[in-house]
Design a protein around this ligand. Structure first.
Ligand code: IVH
Length: 679
């Protein structure tokens, strides 16, 4: 830790610079230099200082990424110059035709091309305007919309960590950029974030998002900036303009300047002199596609010189100086041989199509998820059917449709969804309004297996080495009957398993030992309570601070927690009510697992509380009140509901005050709020 700077604003400025620098290393350059813990410590210190001195908060402070008021809707804003789409080429021939045409238009001049990856997300225009000290500030983020008019989604764009909120004068100078300009680029959802989103959706019993592009587009249009922030979107810059004109003579220089200024610019780009070289770039990109961590759907080829671009101009909807070479869809046709059922840790039955193996985009696909019984119905799928299978990134392959033509006759056998658990033969039930069938037997061996795997997995208790091979043997040999049994395992037990020597056994025991220290939010996540994913677990720890407080919480108290609704509250209550789970928790307590949690600073004082502001507070703007409540971990909402903890009412308070009285919600005046903040 550095010693605290003597004067307060200096320390605040120093912390902001530190956080910005490390944000850039982490989110833009993918090369973090400090631990998450150190970063969090700086962030906490800055939040604390800003909380104590709200008058010093500036909109570009790293604490202010999630700050905008939830909006009613998005304002329509015209673009400085239309955001056009690109013409597509689907084959070498089409690409060569385009190349010839460009050559003609260049009239004898040599043409240099720049090849870039075509990121599969949604395009966005960011306006930067001049600040007081030569810096540039993010002023707005606008979606493409219909190309001429987009939607102002600035509050959401601010939550994207790779979008700089401000760029210092020195940095602009280094990059050769002025203090006001426009950057266009693509907002994408990295595959890791996409997978996490779908895991969460699955946990909540929601249908998975179809692909990262849809998920990113959905997130950007969410009215709750908090939720956008969790989506971990990314922004990749590919265009630099000023007043609707290219700012630099070469696209390659523009990309380098953007990178120097602190934007994320895709490193896979190349200057070439011929279409042959473009084709080589495309071939390489197709190979890289599998390992990028985000989705691309082709390669964009642009004429590098702005002067040549200008001369070539536009057709109605697209520039003549650029083209998108689209990769072939990663799909294939194959036959469904069987439908098997997988049972998850919450007892959910997932049907899986077993396919005749088919190569699709570099890998062999032999299974595809069918999600639930409705999906089989929707596809009208029979056993023996030929189907079209699509695969994106490393997303689980899915069946798009059943093929039915002369060469591919329909399968005759209808699939009957099981009425009993294929693993333990207990009854399966489907709750009203839910898509999934579940095994009701809490002792179902499949559920135990999946629970153990979940508990041990990375991101949960992180017990390295406790994978499927070991778990299956432990169950087979009846060495574990519950998660808690893991903490009773002895070296001799592990040595009795196949392919486990002394070294491995000791390492595994060490891992299990280490997991006793895992923080409460992980333990809670590890229990596998329905709807309680990673994030909800953390929010619960923030609100209750200990396992005991959580177990004792009433449905009402649970529902007061941010993002916990009646369904989640009920699932938590039911879980702790079940005697077997109760016993499990007690055994874990005896095993010495962490049962008290660190409430994160962010939500310390007012954590879990929701405020509604109404009327005018004396000598305190609503904005200031909101910032101070949020700095203390509270949440400010626009409307009064049963979930509201306090209504803060000033002069001329309106209908919100009536509503508060109606619902019996405590009402604070300014002094009351200050008392709460300073408590
Ligand atoms: S240039 C007028 N460069 O592809 C030039 N676009 O079909 C337009 N895209 O709407 C954009 N990666 O959303 C450009 N490196 C890249 C791109 C890219 C993805 C998207 C963009 C655009 C669409 C064109």
């Amino acid at each position: 830790m550095r010693p605290a700077a003597s004067s307060l604003p200096a320390r605040i400025l120093e912390l902001r610079d530190l956080l910005r620098h490390h944000d850039s290393l982490y989110y833009v350059l993918d090369s973090p230099e400090v631990s998450d813990a150190q970063y969090d410590e700086w962030m906490r210190e800055l939040r604390r200082l800003e909380g104590e001195h709200p008058e010093l908060i500036t909109p570009d402070s790293p604490t202010q990424r999630v700050g905008g008021k939830p909006k009613e809707g998005f304002a329509k804003v015209p673009h400085t110059r239309p955001m056009l789409s690109l013409d597509n080429a689907f084959s070498e021939e089409e690409l060569r035709n385009w190349g010839r045409r460009v050559q003609e238009l260049a009239g004898g001049e040599t043409v240099e091309y720049i090849c870039e990856l075509k990121l599969d997300g949604l395009s966005m225009a960011l306006q930067y305007t001049a600040g007081k000290h030569g810096e540039a500030h993010l002023a707005s983020g606008i979606t493409r919309g219909d190309g001429s008019v987009g939607e102002d989604v600035t509050t959401n764009v601010r939550t994207i960590r790779s979008v700089p909120l401000s760029i210092a004068a020195e940095k602009l100078k280094m990059a050769g950029l002025p203090d006001h300009f426009e950057v266009r680029g693509e907002v994408v959802m990295p595959l890791a974030a996409f997978r996490k989103l779908n895991d969460e959706r699955e946990e909540q019993g929601l249908a998975p998002a179809a692909n990262p592009r849809n998920a990113a587009a959905g997130a950007i249009r969410t009215l709750e900036p908090n939720i956008v922030a969790q989506r971990r979107l990314d922004f990749c810059a590919y265009f630099l303009l000023q007043k609707g004109e290219e700012l630099l003579p070469l696209q390659s220089d523009a990309l380098n300047a953007l990178a120097t200024a602190g934007f994320r610019v895709n490193p896979h780009r190349k200057l070439v002199n011929s279409i042959d070289e473009v084709l080589a770039f495309i071939a390489a990109a197709e190979l890289q596609r599998e390992t990028l961590g985000y989705e691309i759907d082709g390669v964009v080829i642009k004429v590098n010189s702005s002067a040549q671009q200008q001369r070539m101009g536009f057709t109605g909807r697209a520039p003549r100086w650029a083209i998108a070479y689209k990769f072939a869809a990663r799909s294939g046709m194959t036959q469904v041989n069987a439908i098997t059922i997988q049972i998850g840790r919450t007892g959910k039955l997932t049907p899986v199509a077993e396919l005749t193996p088919v190569p699709i985009g570099g890998t062999t696909v032999s299974r595809a998820t069918l999600h639930n019984a409705d999906e089989i119905e929707r596809l009208g799928l029979h056993l023996g059917d030929w189907v079209l299978v699509e695969r994106g990134g490393d997303v689980i392959p899915k069946i798009v449709q059943v093929v039915d033509d002369a060469n591919h006759p329909r399968g005759a056998k209808k699939f009957h969804f099981p009425t009993h658990c294929p693993e333990c033969n207990s009854e399966v039930v489907r709750a009203e309004g839910e898509a999934d069938w579940r095994c009701v037997n809490i002792n179902c061996p499949a559920r135990l297996r999946e629970s153990l795997l979940h508990f041990a997995s990375r991101g949960v208790m992180n017990i390295e080495g406790l994978g499927e091979a070991v778990v299956l043997q432990l169950l087979d040999k009846k060495l574990v009957h519950s998660i808690a049994d893991l903490y009773q395992l002895q070296e001799a037990d592990l040595l009795s398993l196949e392919r486990i020597g002394e070294k491995t056994a000791r390492a595994l025991l060490e891992q299990i030992e280490r997991s006793r220290k895992a923080p409460l939010n992980r333990v809670l996540f590890g229990l596998g309570i329905r709807f309680v994913g990673e994030r909800t677990a953390q929010l619960l720890v923030d609100a209750f601070g200990s396992m005991d407080a959580l177990m004792a919480a009433s449905a009402e108290e649970l529902e007061r927690v941010q993002e916990v609704g009646p369904r989640v509250a009920q699932a938590i209550r039911e879980f702790f009510h079940e005697p077997r789970n109760h016993e499990l928790v007690e055994r874990l307590r005896r095993a010495g697992l962490t049962f008290t949690g660190e409430r994160r600073q962010k939500s310390a004082r007012l954590g879990g509380l929701t405020f509604v502001l109404t009327g005018t507070l004396e000598a305190m703007s609503r904005e200031e009140a909101r910032e101070r409540i949020e700095a203390a971990g509270g949440r400010v909402s626009g409307s009064v509901s049963k979930k509201t903890s306090y209504v803060v009412a000033g002069e001329e308070a309106g209908s919100k005050l009536d509503k508060a009285r109606e619902l019996n919600i405590p009402v604070l005046d300014k002094a009351g709020l200050l008392a709460l903040l300073e408590e």
